[in-house]
Design a protein around this ligand. Structure first.
Ligand SMILES: Nc1nc2c(ncn2[C@@H]2O[C@H](COP(=O)(O)OP(=O)(O)O)[C@@H](O)[C@H]2O)c(=O)[nH]1
Ligand SMILES: [Mg+2]
Length: 283
């Protein structure tokens, strides 16, 4: 069997853990492009997250001390075909942030990055922890100046995202067919945008909010990139009581979607939450 590792990265509070929990439920429900083959070994944290979602709550933020947890599972294309073992390490966003500030990736993650041929990069609408863009030159100078005192640096989110993309360019390996590694850029909490922004799509959102990241991704010769909007249950369980009541009534199945771009350029909600992973695998 092919072992296909991919990395999951993004800043703190960007939606990574909730996605992993929801992804497991979607793989297990066997209705998407990608289905689970058997039961993974140790997925207690994934089940915990899924449980929170079942009960109508987003999973609470991961504690820094948790460090890293892996979700490892065998998947196959629903249409039939070769199985793949995928490894999705959920590294706490704070640890990525520190790695970017110090320009040093722990050896253990470096091995993970070098063994992977794809990645999912998360940003989230409305995160309190999104740090507004600063001038790149100023940010660079800040990084150099405070590089050894990492807790004092407020790293602008887009500087961090660009550095993460640079890590990926440097370390991901080619796909088994010799083509460039794939990166799904996932804009989480896409249910939080209004109809007009939804129609413009997450690519336009990235260009507007993170122009430097958009530029970096447009220029890269080393990665194949696709952008998705994501809503893990189709609405906001924290702030929207009417939505939460309807969700609790109907259950999680059928809730949640991925926004994908159609051939005509328009954006559609697709109920298949496995798509960002299936695309990275090429399934
Ligand atoms: N409205 C909405 N909020 C979300 C969604 N996904 C995540 N969130 C919010 O984002 C917070 C952080 O998500 P989490 O998965 O813990 O992020 P992580 O720190 O990257 O693992 C959650 O507590 C939710 O409040 C979504 O699809 N829709
Ligand atoms: Mg987390």
């Amino acid at each position: 069997m092919t072992r296909r590792a991919m990395v999951l990265l993004g800043g703190p509070d960007s939606g990574k853990t909730n996605f992993i929990g929801r992804l497991w439920s979607a793989l297990d429900a066997r209705k998407g492009a990608l289905v689970a083959v058997g039961q993974p070994d140790d997925i207690r944290f994934v089940l915990d997250t899924a449980d929170h979602l079942f009960q109508g709550h987003f999973a609470p933020r991961t504690q820094v001390t948790d460090g890293r947890r892996d979700f490892e599972i065998t998947v196959a294309p629903a249409a039939g075909g070769a199985e793949a073992d995928i490894l999705l390490p959920d590294v706490h966003g704070e640890l990525w942030r520190k790695a970017v500030i110090s320009s040093e990736i722990p050896t253990e993650w470096m091995n993970e990055l070098e063994g992977a041929d794809g990645a999912l990069l998360f940003v989230r609408i409305g995160s309190d922890l999104n740090v507004r863009p600063l001038d790149w030159v100023v940010s660079r100078a800040l990084l150099q100046r405070f590089g050894h005192n990492e807790d004092q640096v407020t790293l602008p989110t887009q500087v961090m995202l660009c550095e993460m993309v640079r890590f990926l360019e440097l370390s991901l390996k080619k796909r088994p067919d010799g083509t460039n590694p794939r990166l799904s850029l996932v804009v989480a909490a896409w249910d939080a945008v209004d109809v007009g922004k939804f129609a413009q799509g997450p690519v336009a959102y990235i260009k507007r909010e993170y122009p430097m990241l958009a530029g970096k991704l447009a220029d890269t010769q080393k990665l194949e990139v696709k952008v998705f909007g994501l809503s893990i249950v189709g609405g906001d369980l924290t702030a929207d009581d009417a939505f939460r009541a309807e969700y609790l009534e109907a259950g999680m199945d059928g809730h949640g979607w991925v926004a994908t771009q159609e051939a005509n350029g328009g954006w559609q909600k697709n109920p298949d939450l496995t798509l960002p992973v299936a695309w990275v695998l090429g399934f």
